[in-house]
Design a protein around this ligand. Sequence first.
Ligand code: SDX
Length: 433
Amino acid sequence: MSMMDKKGSAEIRVNNRTLVYPLYAGTEGEQAIDIDKLRKETGLITYDPGFANTGSCASGITFIDGEKGILRYRGYDVIDLAQNCEFIEVAYLLIHGELPNRQQKAAYSHLLNQHSLIHEDMIEFFRHYPEHSHPMAVLSAMAVSLSSFYPEMSGNYKEEIEMTVTRMLSKLRTIAAFSYKKSIGEPTIYPRHDLSYCENFLNMMFDSPLCEESYNPTMINALNKLLIIHADHEQNCSASVVRGVGSAGANLYASISAGICALWGPLHGGANQHVIEMLEQIQAEGGDVDKVIERAKNKRSPFRLMGFGHRVYKSYDPRAKIAKTLCNEVIASTNKHDPLLDIAMELEGKALADPYFQERGLYPNVDFYTGLTYREMGIPTDMFTVMFAIGRLPGWIAQWMEMKKDPHGRIARPRQIYTGSTARKVIRISRRK
Ligand code: SDX
């Protein structure tokens, strides 16, 4: 087992038999029972809906301590990275395993700029999406379409992987900006070789022939930090989808396209859009935060407090702390006041003081404050999850590459417990009641 040490064994007693399985530990002391031989030896499987108790792999990319609210990429704390790095340094770290030095960063930045254009024929695609198309649908479709324009990654050559990964990192950002411009009927703004990754994105989004958009450093700094806090999060839903699709031998473009679709879900990355819509609804209905909290606690209602709760964090999501600080900084820099921020802060305060949320370890997650910051940057609500995808891309890529290199890697294919009809004979239609 790569990266794990054998730590003894675990005994499971079932049907008067004692089964002994190896116990492994990772570098942070997390332990797992290796049940690789369980079904072969006993005919039994484990049952774990949502995989809350199931490790799908050993990974050296990201470590989360949900109880202590710790998040580290390749050993570096996310707060440390957000304070001291640009997003492309963190993307390099996740994909290559180490932070780049000055020369490596310059070369990476140049490579990303070299691959920032998309094939002109792809621009034609945008013209045929209906205006109201959700940008996540466009992003997923365009991501997999890249495989039609750029050779599929055969996975045998280091430089080919490097090229494909850089293409994906650079072009997805361009596709996102182009899809926004198309949705508002404005001409697309092409990437520029003299701008940084984040500045290029803001320029492609907001520049226009009528006005040269100059971005205050706060916006560029905020975007770098926002993309960094989204860059990876171990085996979350969309990363598991990227690994799963890749485990079948599908190429990187197809795997990322599937990950984008998983992220779109409101229980996952789509929550950042739903947080704003929830805050806007509270505002429209007179700002009654208590009513929304009661609705979220009502077991008969499917409503959840968007931006709250997490499968792993049972304490404050460290990314939410960074996002909250950024939100206040960006709003202060615009000299505007956003009433939704007041509602968000009141909602957070009351939920954190409520026993229902305390007993369940429900805290604000990464999605609670990020939407308010994107809003202040002028990014439309339906693009918030696209921003999440741009940030998460290096993490998905790193997870996919690690899966490809895993010597124990197999196609992802869980089992089930069947609860349907037992065997029965077909009655021909002429005699069927
Ligand atoms: C992301 O996995 C990742 O790492 C994801 C992510 C990443 O970076 O990739 O961190 C990004 O997806 C963040 C989460 C964004 N989603 C939301 O904000 C949607 C609202 N939150 C929830 O739907 C929920 O908290 C989840 C989906 C995030 C987690 O779901 P779980 O782990 O399956 O939790 P659960 O449904 O088992 O809830 C446990 C209890 C339940 O109550 P009881 O049955 O014990 O009485 O907590 C309650 C739930 O009803 N609960 C909530 C709640 N979240 C959980 N109650 C009200 N509002 C909420 N938001």
